[in-house]
Design a protein around this ligand. Structure first.
Ligand SMILES: C[S@@+](CC[C@H](N)C(=O)[O-])C[C@H]1O[C@@H](n2cnc3c(N)ncnc32)[C@H](O)[C@@H]1O
Length: 247
């Protein structure tokens, strides 16, 4: 699927006011990521967060990790307001995570539920790495190949979700040592397909199935979903990964 950053930005910007209430899986991922990171270290000098959004991860880092400088990045400018409420001293760098340059090299890069939006993860890791000092930590969460499998089955549309094996290979080839990796499933059940669509809209991922949702497209989606599946369920397959840059 072609990734249009302008469109992603628009969808996430629109979803921000409802995001925290609906992003229960992303919140769980942020929690697991910080619990595992804390076992490795609870103090860093410079931290860079990619795709900070409404600050679900920022909040947990601020509570559990010590740092001197916090840099946060997102495509959406409004993310700055959320981040600076949680970390008033944070520097916000707006733009594509692959095009920004951190003012100083960092010893921790964190990111929650965002790496799946990178079309070419190999290239993304190489670019992100440029902001890291040697021995620094990359701690992120993303989604595996079964993520939103219902939507893939129904519409054929999906992101290029990477398996645990793919991630291990990509990171090892890029000069990282894997310190922790975990995958799990979360299934959300909705009363109706329309409720499922609303959930996607409020978490910014409705761009995955259609660019414009006309009344007819919504009706067709709901009818087809009900015909194909007995249960209105959406499968999430998160992956938590922590790696150290060794080369
Ligand atoms: C699912 S949200 C996750 C937000 C937050 N990290 C959380 O834990 O809830 C993904 C975020 O990544 C941002 N994003 C997606 N692609 C990006 C890119 N290439 N560069 C910077 N931010 C990006 C979106 O704007 C959105 O805020």
């Amino acid at each position: 699927m072609y990734i249009d950053n302008k469109f992603i930005k628009k969808q996430f910007e629109k979803s921000m006011k409802d995001y925290d209430k609906n992003a229960t899986v992303q919140d769980l991922m942020a929690s697991k990521l910080v619990i595992e990171l804390s076992k490795i270290s609870t103090a860093f000098d410079n931290i860079l967060e990619l795709g900070s959004g409404t600050g679900l991860l920022t909040k947990r880092i601020a509570k559990n990790i010590k740092f001197n400088n916090y840099y946060a990045n997102d495509l959406v400018e409004k993310s700055k307001l959320y981040v600076q409420k949680l970390v008033p001293s944070a520097n916000f760098i707006c733009g594509n995570a692959l095009k920004i340059k951190s003012p100083r090299k960092v010893d921790l890069i964190v990111s929650n539920a965002m790496f799946q939006w990178f079309e070419n993860l190999e290239k993304a890791i190489d670019l992100i790495k440029l902001n890291m000092t040697k021995d620094s930590i990359l701690a992120f969460s993303t989604f595996g190949p079964d993520n939103f499998k219902e939507l893939k089955e129904l519409t054929g549309l999906t992101l290029k979700y990477r398996s645990e094996d793919d991630l291990r290979t990509i990171l090892t080839n890029a000069g990282f040592e894997i310190l922790y990796m975990e995958s799990f499933y979360e299934e959300l059940v909705f009363k109706t397909p329309l409720e499922l669509l609303a959930h996607m809209k409020h978490t910014g991922v409705n761009s995955l199935s259609e660019k414009t949702w006309t009344v007819k497209k919504v009706k067709d989606f709901c009818d087809n979903f009900s015909k194909k599946f007995q249960k209105t369920q959406l499968t999430y397959s998160p992956i938590i990964l922590i790696a150290r840059k060794i080369k």
